[in-house]
Design a protein around this ligand. Structure first.
Ligand code: HEC
Length: 225
């Protein structure tokens, strides 16, 4: 009796192991054959899209749930965020009154138009908090296998929070209001010693940090394991 049960258990175990091995080999064969199309102009199949989207959202939700959100209503922070946004984000995420551009059209995943993006944050403080924490995390760490950069490599948390503060206002702004805000904050930018707009803004923030700074261990390293 005991021997029979043991034999059955072993058979089940062997079947499970065989299935896992065959599955892994089939997966590797699929990858190695090049059957997966890495082209950005070929959308994911439904199942790959679903899996990738679920993995992204679960990952962000798990990592942003304990982030405490500061006061996002500070007009100074909003003005500072407007300037950062105008400098670094509109190429991919647009702004009120801005037309689509040639780079954005070719990106996959397609960057959302953050000027059009509205959420029901106002009614529910819980939703507002989660949405702001999610935005902070995404802006700081970026998103793998998408064009979304990790701005935390070159910007401190306070700057990133100012961008989040501005994002809360962005969907409500008319092109005129947006123009006013970014014009004003541009002069603030220059007054505070930033380089002028001529493409120098990237260099200016990049070079502010040394390679040693870049090598600093941080949360990004956790995602590699
Ligand atoms: C080179 C293009 C590019 C630039 C520049 C860029 N992003 Fe993104 N961003 C993306 C893409 C692509 C996604 C979508 C990623 C995905 O769907 O997985 C994204 C997603 C986001 C999201 C999540 C939107 C949502 O609700 O799902 C936020 C917030 C965001 N970006 C903010 C910013 C901010 C703020 C800046 C400027 C500091 C910025 N991005 C600059 C490409 C860009």
């Amino acid at each position: 009796m005991a021997i029979e049960v043991k034999g059955a258990t072993l058979r089940i175990l062997a079947t499970v192991i065989l299935t896992v091995v065959v599955g892994a080999l089939a997966g590797w064969a699929f990858i190695y054959s090049g059957a997966f199309n890495a082209a950005a102009d070929q959308p994911h199949s439904g199942i790959v899209f679903f899996l990738a989207q679920t993995a992204r959202e679960r990952s962000i939700a798990a990592r942003s749930k304990d982030i405490s959100v500061p006061n996002l209503a500070d007009p100074k922070a909003i003005a500072a965020g407007a300037s950062e946004y105008a400098e670094m984000c509109t190429g991919c995420h647009l702004a009120p009154g801005m037309e689509d551009n040639e780079m954005r059209s070719g990106l996959y995943p397609y960057p959302p138009n953050l000027a059009a993006h509205r959420h029901d944050a106002k009614e529910d403080p819980q939703v507002a908090r989660a949405s702001a924490a999610r935005q902070f995390w995404i802006i700081k760490h970026g998103i793998k296998m998408s064009a979304m950069p990790a701005w935390g490599k070159t910007h401190d948390d306070a700057t990133i929070w100012s961008i989040v503060a501005f994002l809360q206002k962005l969907p409500m702004l008319t092109p005129q209001q947006y123009g006013e805000m970014t014009k004003e904050s541009e002069s603030v930018h220059e007054a505070s010693g930033h380089a002028s707009m001529q493409g120098a803004h990237e260099a200016d923030t990049d070079h502010a940090r040394t390679p040693a700074d870049r090598a600093e261990p941080d949360t990004r390293d956790q995602h590699r394991h």
